[in-house]
Write a protein of this length. Structure first.
Ligand code: ADP
Ligand code: MG
Length: 749
């Protein structure tokens, strides 16, 4: 029989750490026919019976290979070594000493106490083992031990009950640091059992893992990562070492290096997928080339009653260079409400018209579509550029006319909601599509605008900034433009985080502003009145909910109390469209002085005379949402004032979020903070469906890693070798397995 090297090793010399973690390696003989392979199903692993196999399967682990990639959730760190006279009760520690005395007291059959005294130069400790008489036989007087556990003080005597004990040979003087993996478990599966199984599989099979990263790439990656300060040496460990190092690291350094290697690989696979898609798009998709000239530039800028800001100029240059290429631009323009995005979009649309192509602008709501339409009309008064509005309220005849004019090219710029995609709109020559306030513009939607094999360029505007790390994950930040700060001539906004005793002062201030002629918003969370009256709710829930402002009760209270002298209106999402419309118009015209509302005002209301905002129940809102709300009172020349109230008990995390909201007005910075505090969920809803499946990468922590991966991925796909060489085959197939469907990469191998 051939004995493979791995077998040989584990059969004869279980490594020291096998004993250290208290695992007795099962010695088993493996004949060639039933040798373990990566594909071996878990139920056929030695020591794993059908019932444990079922539990492993519950964790998504079906094969030996999947065990290797079932990475620890966390680690148990070794207890620090401590001198005996410095030991503190309840603080886990370890020490090395010599057995001085062993005393086994048997009370009755099965009931015993084994008392062991261990000494060193700093004192003596007592180890207690209940009902483990074999301890007395295992240990011998004079033996050197490493003891670790949770100490207790009994008078002056330090005691350990059932400590972890490792016998040391004479030469082995230093305590062996030991980092134990902690795995996610499922019912009926014990940590020690799982460790045992993983240990066995790692020892047997980790060497058989295929290396996916070519050597040359690993070297380049290591150098780049080191230069970026992510790792501290010029080498990334191979896959086998990394897997070993992640499950059973001999020290923190090994653990860090192993983890870095796997995180890098995860980032790299994602970035390769993105780079491939980008490359495909740029070679397979065609778009009109829109060129600029000094004259076109001057003529467009002439349409604006103000000079563009430096930020706007910069973003316009980014757009100009994108649309001058023969494949579609795909750019996200982010910036706070009022930062001047629309002006940039108008520039891009006019550039398109100057090149004799049409442009379309899609708004999230009818109201905003109309607003955009009016803005465009005013910029383009006295020009030959024609603007059309496709709105739900058009008569059939008008609608047909607009559709006809778009198709025949008589309309240069068409504005509408996304519904215009479904209305059979055809363009004669569409060059640019601007989407306002929509994070995702699906592939299917794009297809509708493709005509005759040509794609329009895309510009997506968003007032909810995406943190850089996420942007990089979604499309590589080269396609992200950011407008920071507001154009000149705006009043600034003051934000106050209210505390006890502030209510009166604040409402007095609100009245003062109303008396000066300003208008005010009061925002409260919507509460489901059906749920609050349901009998299913217990008393605790009831009292909790009573503290939460509901927009209707807030309205009643204010209208009949503090603000009874003012004209006050109510707006929430449950009102029908006409009612809502009327309230908004009344607030717009000044008929209403105060608007009590849910967050429906987030999008769509633009009343520059409204300068005061009170946000109630603010702990319920995310940072991005709060910031959007705040944007409503920074629309005019007057300074805005926002005061934030919480109700009920405020969780420390909520408080921290509100502190951040108070302290910064930069939307991008807030997005980063929100991301740090609440994770990526907020940006994509609960399901996070927009984000790629990353298992060990932390988008916030590993930003630098992702950046390096992106650079190397881009370089790699530029080289034909990537698509052809055998060296890259494994990596290619991994990219395809992970992201092929998602990113529509087609066949790559
Ligand atoms: P956004 O679309 O980002 O909300 P807009 O483009 O609508 O922002 O601009 C907000 C307001 O600022 C508009 O009233 C616009 O006329 C004005 N504005 C935009 N750019 C400038 C500028 N460079 N100088 C002065 N005012 C500007
Ligand atoms: Mg806007």
């Amino acid at each position: 029989m051939l004995v493979s090297e791995t077998l040989f090793r584990s059969q004869t010399t279980p490594s020291a750490s096998d004993y250290r973690i208290g695992i007795k390696v099962r010695l088993f003989r493996v004949s060639e026919s039933n040798a373990l392979r990566l594909a071996t199903l878990v139920q056929y692993l030695p020591g794993v019976g059908p019932s444990r196999a079922k539990r492993l399967q519950k964790l998504g682990v079906n094969t030996a290979q999947q065990i290797l990639f079932f990475l620890p959730r966390s680690y148990e760190l070794p207890a620090p070594v401590c001198a005996i006279d410095k030991i503190q009760e309840g603080v886990p520690c370890s020490l090395i000493g010599e057995v001085e005395d062993i005393d086994l007291i048997t009370r009755s059959p099965g009931k015993s106490i084994c008392n062991v005294i261990v000494i060193n130069e700093s004192g003596a400790v007592r180890l207690l083992f209940f009902n483990q008489p074999y301890r007395a036989e295992q240990l011998t007087i004079g033996q050197r031990l490493q003891v670790s556990g949770n100490p207790r003080l009994n008078g002056l005597q330090v005691e350990f009950t059932h400590p972890k004990v490792v016998t040391l040979s004479d030469e082995e003087d230093l305590p062996v640091p030991e980092i134990l993996p902690v795995y996610s478990l499922t019912e009926g599966l014990k940590q020690t059992d799982l460790r045992k199984t993983v240990r066995m599989v790692v020892d047997e099979l980790s060497d058989q893992l295929k290396e996916v990263m070519p050597q040359s790439l690993r070297i380049r990656a290591a150098q780049a990562l080191r230069a970026a300060g992510v790792i501290d040496r010029d080498q990334l460990p191979g896959i086998s070492d990394s897997i070993r190092g992640l499950h059973f690291p001999s020290d923190q350094r090994i653990l860090d290096q192993s983890r870095a290697r796997l995180i890098f690989q995860e980032c790299l696979v994602l970035q390769l997928a993105l780079a491939i898609r980008q490359k495909r798009l740029s070679t397979e998709r065609k778009s009109p080339v829109l060129t600029s000239s000094a004259m076109i530039d001057a003529r467009i800028k002439n349409r604006f009653p103000f000079p563009l800001t430096i930020d706007q100029e910069r973003v316009i240059e980014e757009i100009q260079s994108d649309v001058a290429r023969p494949f579609p631009m795909n750019r996200l323009l982010q910036g706070d409400v009022g930062s001047g995005k629309t002006v940039v979009a108008v520039y891009a649309m006019l550039l398109c018209v100057a090149n004799r192509y049409q442009a379309v602008l899609m708004a999230p709501t009818e109201v905003l579509a109309r607003q955009h339409y009016l803005t465009l009309k005013s910029y383009l008064a006295e020009t030959k550029v024609t603007v059309g509005l496709l709105s739900g309220s058009l008569s059939n005849a008008d609608r047909r006319q607009v559709l006809h004019d778009a198709e025949t090219g008589q309309i240069d710029l068409l504005v509408g909601t996304q519904a215009l995609l479904h209305g059979g709109v055809r363009f004669s020559q569409l060059g640019l599509c601007v989407v306002d306030e929509q994070h995702k513009f699906g592939v299917a939607q794009r297809e509708m605008l493709r005509r005759g094999g040509a794609d329009p360029h895309y510009l997506v505007m968003s007032a909810t900034p995406i943190p850089r790390s996420i942007a990089m994950t979604l499309f590589g930040d080269a396609e992200l433009s950011t407008l920071r700060g507001a154009p000149p001539g705006r009043g600034s906004v003051h934000t106050y985080l209210s505390h006890q005793g502030w209510k009166d002062r604040w409402w007095n201030f609100v009245c003062e502003k109303l008396n000066e002629g300003r208008q005010a918003y009061v925002v409260a969370p919507m509460i489901d009145s059906v749920a609050s009256s349901s009998d299913a709710m217990d008393e605790a829930e009831m009292s909790k909910n009573e503290d939460i402002s509901s927009v209707e009760s807030v309205y009643e209270d204010l209208a009949n109390g503090l603000l009874s002298d003012y004209r006050i209106g109510l707006l929430h999402g449950r009102m029908d469209q006409q009612q809502k419309q009327r309230v908004m118009e009344d607030f717009h015209s000044g008929k209403l002085q105060v608007l009590v509302s849910t967050t429906v005002i987030e999008v769509g209301i633009d009343v520059s005379n409204a300068t005061v905002m009170t946000i109630l129940g603010a702990q319920k809102f995310g940072l991005a949402q709060l910031h959007q709300l705040r944007g409503r009172v920074s629309r005019g020349v007057h300074d805005g004032h926002v005061c934030v109230f919480t109700d009920g008990e405020t969780h420390p995390d909520d408080h921290e979020r509100l502190k951040v909201f108070e302290s910064t007005h930069d939307g991008v910075e807030l997005a980063e903070a929100d991301f740090r505090l609440r994770g990526p969920g907020d940006f994509f809803g609960k399901s996070q469906s927009g984000l790629p499946p990353l298992r060990i990468t932390d988008l916030h922590r590993d930003q630098e890693m992702m950046r390096v991966a992106r650079r190397l991925a881009k370089e790699s796909v530029e080289d034909e070798e990537f698509f052809e060489s055998e060296d890259w085959a494994e990596l290619r197939s991994q990219v395809l397995r992970r992201y092929g469907d998602r990113l529509d990469l087609g066949d790559l191998t």
